[in-house]
Design a protein around this ligand. Structure first.
Ligand code: C2E
Ligand code: MG
Ligand code: MG
Length: 748
């Protein structure tokens, strides 16, 4: 009885537990000692969908499913094996197959002897709680990453704020990218809107040959579908082996596994692309929010920094460049020359400065308008640029002044080479408004150091630069002053047209030489002829030398024209010499011809070729040109005189030369200007008398030109002048007419 009542009390205890559990909101199960279900609470049925009749006698394991954690089920089994209590969370499945997180507590129920008779468990569906916890965890991590992103971007913004050029901005962006987004390498490509192409402006992490290869990477949107898409949508994209042929090729060529590309855009306008590349580490499969935030954030900063520095560069550029030609201006030129001089002081090389000035630019502006003047300036800028070597500096130093600086040169010959290239490049005319315009430049050279000079004073670089440019400018002015007078206007035809027509006139046979006789005043015999060039233009007719000689001096054609006249004249004199007669020829030469080295060679070979006695040739140079640049002209005249050639001062009386100057020159003849002859006044006669007197003292021959009347000739006779030339005796005539007039020639 006592036994029975003890068992009864144990059973009562179980039913008390059942009663208690049955009222709880949490579900509960009671199993026997063999873990067979004997009771489930209504809350359990609600939670799982199972009622007691379906599951009575079964083991609770049926609640587990494919994703239930192995370790947890083992832990439960072990606890029960030890008859211990267990508490934990396990993934269970409801009757409808839905998984749920079950927080369960299992405890053994013992009888008074301590033997386990049942197991009771309390179970709670904590799925929502766990999801919430996960969400919280995720949010926490997200916040942490966001904070890190902000920090990294802030640091990048600080660095970018210190950059002052677009290339420096690109480099900084490339440098911070790998650290920011966990990539191995990075690059920044900039968009060249003009040529519609992308080019690499900076790389980071790409070394050696691979680095060189990526730096030369260029792409147009048409070549690459991925790029086209990115640039169209302006959305980030991942390029890897799964993409187009172009993408596969890029992966292979640059040895990468994936590249994430983000557009750099400002107000919808593309500035470039930011590229992060994975080659060694595991590439991302897709662009997650962190990667997107970081790369897009950096691209945004890059766009602002690029726009700011571009603006800054533009301002700096305008301050230091000429807006029309795009060349450095005077200020930047001086800075660059100073830089070149600094290098030359250490490496022992020289710096040459070529100074250029455009001839007759004002004429172009006046005749063809300022737009044409601008076109000439741009043409000259482009010409000088293409004549210059790599590393040379081409600048516009003022209105129509240009400069080429040649740093690091070993000899002045290198400067000559560049100067000659400029001349040959300008041989072709520039076509403006359907007209051929020949552009002529005057130029001068200066070299940095005269190494023969004793220890030069150490001058500040900027000052030395200024001096060098000024010296080149002076040298240009000297050269220019040799291109003498202005051309006389001719029948309303502007100089530019004459210039253009004069090119090729000789080759087209439009130039000829006419001859005007000179007589010996005492015997009336023709003793000499003056060679005078003639230009007969098929449409414009006869153009006087006064209209085209100054143009030929400016455009350099004077040299070949001069050689032609000289050859014709010498050939004529040699012919008469061969016939046994002495006929002297006088040839007009401009100072510009005289100072060119080729002139002397051409003259000596000309005399030799036709075996002409040098004494039969007289060179006429106008008085003003002779004394204008006396230091250069004097030695050339001396060389000619040494050959035996006569030297005449043409248009004497108009050039304000002084006796002392003439005395130092090897002159053989004075040719009195026609204005003094034609003017019949007493002062003119006195002047002629004075010149004749002067000539006697210096043993010079006196020739009077422009003799038009018998009275004038008589006066010359009376004043004891040697020779006379003028319309009274004969007008200039072609060679064919000359023969008939030379009957009066004296035999040699
Ligand atoms: P110039 O050397 O003083 O030549 C004399 C000029 O006076 C010639 O003009 C001639 O035709 C002109 N003349 C001669 N007799 C008389 C006269 O009785 N009355 C007047 N009114 N004029 C007379 P042209 O041929 O027009 O030449 C003008 C100038 O052009 C020359 O002056 C000379 O300085 C230059 N010139 C001519 N041919 C050449 C040449 O081949 N080379 C160079 N460098 N200059 C030349
Ligand atoms: Mg003359
Ligand atoms: Mg004359």
């Amino acid at each position: 009885m006592s036994n029975r009542s003890a068992e009864g009390r144990d059973a009562d205890a179980v039913s008390v537990v059942i009663q208690a559990l049955g009222t709880m909101a949490d579900g509960s199960i009671i199993t026997d000692a063999q873990q067979r279900i004997v009771y489930v609470s209504p809350a359990f049925t609600l939670m799982t969908g199972y009622d007691i009749d379906e599951i009575r006698g079964r083991n609770c394991r049926f609640l587990q499913g494919p994703d239930s954690d192995e370790a947890t089920t083992t832990a439960i089994r072990r606890a029960m094996g030890r008859e211990d209590a267990y508490q934990g969370v396990i993934l269970n499945y409801r009757k409808n197959g839905e998984a749920f997180w079950n927080a369960l507590t299992i405890m053994p129920l013992r009888d008074r002897r301590g033997k386990v008779t049942h197991y009771a468990s309390v179970q709670r569906d904590v799925t929502a709680l766990i999801a919430q916890e996960k969400q919280t965890q995720h949010l926490l991590e997200e916040t942490k990453r966001q904070r890190e992103t902000d920090h990294l971007l802030l640091e990048a913004a600080r660095l970018l704020g210190e950059r002052s050029s677009v290339s420096a901005v690109a480099q900084t962006v490339a440098d911070v990218t790998p650290g920011l987004c966990g990539a191995d390498k990075a690059a920044v490509a900039l968009w060249d809107a003009k040529d519609e192409r992308l080019f690499i402006a900076a790389v980071s992490g790409w070394d050696g040959a691979l680095g060189d290869r990526i730096r030369t990477f260029e792409a147009t949107p048409e070549q690459s579908p991925e790029l086209y898409e990115i640039m169209q949508s302006q959305a980030p994209a991942i390029v890897d082996g799964r993409g187009s042929d172009w993408a596969k090729d890029v992966m292979a060529r640059y040895e990468t596994r994936a590249i994430v590309i983000v557009p750099i855009a400002s107000a919808g306008a593309l500035r470039g692309l930011l590229l992060a590349a994975w080659s060694d580490s595991e590439p991302p499969d897709s662009i997650d929010s962190t990667l997107r935030d970081r790369m897009a954030g950096l691209a945004g900063l890059a766009a602002v920094a690029i726009d700011n520095t571009r603006l800054l560069e533009e301002v700096r550029w305008t301050e230091s460049h000429d807006g029309l030609t795009g060349l450095p201006n005077r200020a930047l030129l001086e800075e660059r020359v100073a830089g070149a001089l600094e290098r030359s002081r250490t490496d022992g090389t020289d710096v040459a400065v070529l100074f250029y000035n455009i001839d007759r630019l004002k004429r172009v502006n006046d005749v063809l308008g300022h737009g044409s003047g601008d076109a000439v300036l741009c043409h000259v800028a482009a010409t000088l640029r293409s004549a210059a070597r790599e590393g040379d500096i081409v600048a516009r130093s003022g209105g129509n002044d240009f400069v080429i600086v040649l740093p690091g040169i070993a000899s002045p010959a290198e400067a000559d080479e560049v100067a000659e290239r400029v001349i040959s490049l300008l041989e072709q005319p520039l076509v403006i408004a359907g007209r051929d315009v020949f552009v002529h430049l005057s130029h001068g050279v200066a070299m940095s150091v005269d190494r023969s000079a004793p220890m030069a004073r150490v001058v500040p670089l900027r000052e030395e630069a200024e001096q060098l440019i000024t010296a080149a400018n002076n040298s240009m002015h000297e050269a220019r002053s040799r291109k003498m007078s202005d051309a006389e206007p001719f029948g309303g035809i502007d100089e530019l047209r004459l210039d253009s027509e004069l090119h090729g006139a000789l080759q087209r046979g439009e130039l000829t030489v006419w001859y005007q006789p000179q007589v010996d005043v005492r015997s009336d015999r023709i003793v000499a002829v003056e060679a005078l060039v003639r230009w007969h233009h098929p449409i414009l007719g006869a153009i006087p030398p006064s209209a085209f000689i100054p143009i030929a001096e400016e455009n350099g054609l004077i040299h070949e024209m001069g050689r032609f006249v000289l050859n014709e004249a010498c050939t004529l004199a040699a012919l008469w010499q061969d016939r046994g007669h002495r006929l002297e020829v006088a040839v007009n030469v401009s100072a510009l011809q005289l100072t060119s080295p080729e002139f002397f060679t051409a003259l000596t070979s000309g005399l030799r070729d036709c075996a002409l006695d040098p004494a039969a040739l007289t060179i006429e140079i106008t008085e003003s040109q002779m004394v204008g640049d006396i230091a250069t002209v004097a030695p050339r005249l001396a060389a000619l005189r040494n050959l035996g050639v006569g030297i005449s001062v043409d248009d004497f009386g108009t050039g304000y030369s002084s006796l002392s100057q003439l005395h130092t020159l090897p002159v053989t003849e004075l040719k009195i200007d026609q204005t003094f002859i034609r003017n019949d006044s007493a002062t003119s006669a006195a002047l002629v008398a004075a010149v004749v007197g002067l000539s006697r003292g210096l043993s010079l021959r006196v020739v009077a030109e422009g003799v038009e009347t018998p009275e004038q000739l008589q006066m010359l006779r009376d004043l004891n002048c040697d020779r006379a030339q003028g319309y009274l005796i004969a007008r200039p005539m072609p060679r064919s007419d000359l023969d008939g007039r030379l009957g009066m020639l004296s035999a040699v």
